[in-house]
Design a protein around this ligand. Sequence first.
Ligand code: NAD
Ligand code: IPM
Ligand code: MN
Length: 359
Amino acid sequence: MKATIALLPGDGIGPEICAEARELLELVAEKDGHTFKLKEGLIGGCAIDAYGDPLPEETVKLCAKADAVLLGAVGGPQWSDPNAKVRPEQGLLRLRAQLGVFANLRPVAPHPVAAKLAPLKTRLLKGVDILFVRELTGGSYFGAKRREADAAVDECRYTVTEIERVTRKAALLARGRRAKLTHVDKANVLETSRLWRSTVTRVMRDEFPDVAVEHLLVDAMAMYLLTRPASFDVILTENLFGDILTDEASVLAGSMGLLPSASLGEGRVGLYEPIHGSAPDIAGQGIANPYATLLSVALLLRHSLGLETEAARIEQAVADVLDEGVLTADLSRKHAVSTREAGEAVRKRYRKLAKRRRA
Ligand code: NAD
Ligand code: IPM
Ligand code: MN
């Protein structure tokens, strides 16, 4: 198959982890007979430095013409002045809005190695297999913002249509899994949450009677995620709650460096990125964990290009190298490998798995 993939490495560890993603995509193309055109663009702080704009027009055009977009991370202390006029993160938010990717899928299924690393008791991690569906283009991220003399306002607004479409996406995904949907809100306080609760209830009752639904308040959910994580299947929530709960869920997986994501909409182009940020504290050292980005490549191949075999093979390759103990510094203090070594280990394993299938 022929596909154009926009690669947006961004800032901090972004270029380091995306270099591994690029080599993996090149390997998949070579081994499985595909032609991937990989085209790089600027986003975030590096784009502010070059153009004064975190999402230059060139990048918008590049992404609109691509079949899928793979992003590293944006941001860093040099662009974080609270009074700055433009910020790297605005580029990412504008890109999500432009692509219309309202459903952010963040799977959390801890590899056994996580059981040793996570601060939680091993028995709690048994059977954990969660799919977060985070609404991505609404809520307080996109509402009107303003500064007043001695105050600031971030409006949180959701329309029924925005809630319905992401609920349908989550419900369809739940149908293909264990048919359980947990909707998380703060309906005891927020008006937007009450709209979410009534809309989710109606859509599920009318269109998905075969999927079990529960509603939980986000504060309690922050606790349940650590006390009974195996009881959840698909977790549906609004933008800000989803951002916070998925970083919390990375504790179940052992590291932020292991969690990928796929952002999808009704449009043709999907956006794929690890859930972590630009990790300025370790940038430039060649020690970042590339697995979340490589697993995002797998999601890209599955959801945007329909290449299930290749996607599953990447996931198997990452699971195998974790089994073998090929661990970056976030996962192991003793025998930590570099970003390059981890990336190479996955490619080596991918080659083996590809050969095995043909044999
Ligand atoms: P972060 O996710 O960048 O880092 C949090 C911690 O996790 C750090 O200790 C970091 O070293 C570690 N970590 C993250 N990814 C890792 C990896 N792949 N391998 C090893 N360790 C890893 O969050 P932060 O420090 O709060 O934010 C830094 C910047 O990143 C901010 O500017 C923020 O806005 C931005 N950010 C961007 C994205 C994105 O581009 N999608 C996501 C989150 C944060
Ligand atoms: C994420 C990040 C972003 C978000 C930031 C960088 C805008 O934290 O992708 O989780 O909050 O959505
Ligand atoms: Mn986040």
